[in-house]
Design a protein around this ligand. Structure first.
Ligand code: NAD
Length: 369
């Protein structure tokens, strides 16, 4: 049962191109879903990305960080696009805002639901007979450790050759905290976790597997835990994605597997994501940043045709993880699914059938809450 609370303090960072379009209507859905429970939204908007460069001269202004710090969660749109591509790489919106904000809030866990409704199997590159009921899985990726963040060096050898090294480093505590996110995710689903590693080769993976086995047995014995090597997991995702429920894995393996999962699930317009931080908000839940998996879609921006579902589903993830409002999150998720099942489709998921705009799509969701 979700804890009662009166006000959810949310930093709203719409970003660029379709970002503000999908954010606007996602907030309408959020208001409609929470109001019946007596919940109020304290929404603090701030510039980020290209919009912030234009308005304030920096992709992540101090004032935006302050608004985020004062909030219980961040609802993020997406940032970047052709308008800012002339800038030096380090000043481009994604690099100058997204990476620093993840770092600032120590967002160590990335959660991506891999969701493809039965009605949208055409959107997947997999044959429909492999996914007759669509896809419904989730990937929990460790985001701040492993080989991307370990010590790096490059040196010239005596024989004139050059050697480069990236070290993969994990602490037991880092593994345990990502397992906590996987456990929470699995408990809200069917209770199965597949931990993906390379324990036949890597020492970090041996620790990963041992920690997963011991920690889940102690913390959540009701969870059904299996292990899989990453090379096999990559094949199994393309062969039969639904054999998984929740995948939990380290940073680099998760980077690759979550993108593979994204493509087998079809349209970017439907894929949400959550990045959870070390910090807790005033409700004792993880502070998190919630955003669509896709980018700013400059090719369709300003036309009112972007699919708002990824942003709406990101808001649902926020309610679940940062506010413990599982029931309302589920209500939103079911309403999105029902709207699509009832034939309401934006262009990216219409497959030649009649398509509707961003606002109509959100309205169809609100009517089904
Ligand atoms: P993109 O994800 O923006 O678009 C790829 C394709 O998917 C396009 O055809 C687009 O129209 C479509 N698409 C994406 N979201 C959609 C939606 N909600 N509804 C309907 N169609 C949708 O990727 P891109 O074109 O490579 O990148 C555009 C910009 O976005 C770049 O500047 C990139 O750096 C940035 N980007 C930002 C983020 C982020 O903010 N997290 C992530 C990825 C890309």
């Amino acid at each position: 049962m979700a804890p009662f609370m009166k006000t959810l303090k949310i930093a709203v960072l719409p970003g660029d191109y379709i970002g503000p379009e999908v954010m606007d209507v996602a907030l309408d859905v959020l208001k409609a879903a929470t109001a019946p429970a007596g919940i109020q939204l304290d929404l603090q908007s701030a510039d980020v990305g290209g919009a912030a460069i234009d308005n304030q001269g920096s992709a992540l202004p101090e004032s935006t960080i302050k608004i985020c710090e004062a909030a219980d969660a961040i609802l993020f749109g997406s940032i970047g696009g052709p308008k800012w591509e002339h800038l030096p790489p380090a000043e481009q919106p994604e690099r100058a805002a997204l990476l620093p904000i993840r770092k600032h809030f120590k967002l160590f866990a990335n959660l991506r639901p891999g969701l493809l409704y039965k009605e949208l199997t055409e959107a997947s590159p997999l044959k429909t007979e492999r996914i007759p009921e669509g896809i419904d899985i989730a990937c929990v990726r460790e985001l701040t450790g492993g080989i991307y963040f370990g010590p790096k060096r490059q040196r010239e050898l005596e024989d004139g050759d050059v050697e480069a090294t990236d070290e993969m480093v994990y602490k037991r505590s880092e593994i345990e905290r990502i397992l906590d996110v996987a456990i929470t995710t699995a408990k809200a689903r069917s209770g199965r976790i597949c931990s993906v590693d390379k324990a036949n080769v890597l020492t970090t993976s041996v620790l990963w597997r041992k920690t997963a086995t011991e920690y889940i047995a102690a913390k959540a014995p009701e969870i059904e835990l299996t292990h899989m090597y990453v090379d096999n997991a990559a094949m199994q995702l393309a062969r039969d994605p639904n054999q998984f429920d929740v995948i939990v894995t380290e940073n680099m393996f998760g980077d690759i597997l979550s993108d593979e999962m994204g493509i087998v699930c079809g349209s970017l317009g439907m894929l949400s994501s959550a990045s959870l931080g070390l910090g807790k908000n005033q409700y004792g839940n993880p502070f998190g940043l919630y955003e669509p998996s896709g980018g700013t879609a400059p090719d369709i921006a300003g036309k009112g045709i972007a699919n708002p579902c990824a942003q709406i589903l990101s808001a649902a993830l926020m309610l679940r993880h940062s506010f413990g409002l599982n029931d309302i999150a589920e209500n939103i998720e079911k309403a999105v699914k029902q709207a699509v099942m009832d034939g309401h489709r934006t262009g990216d998921i219409a497959f030649g059938q009649k398509s509707i705009g961003t606002q109509e799509m959100a309205q169809a969701v609100i009517e089904r809450l």
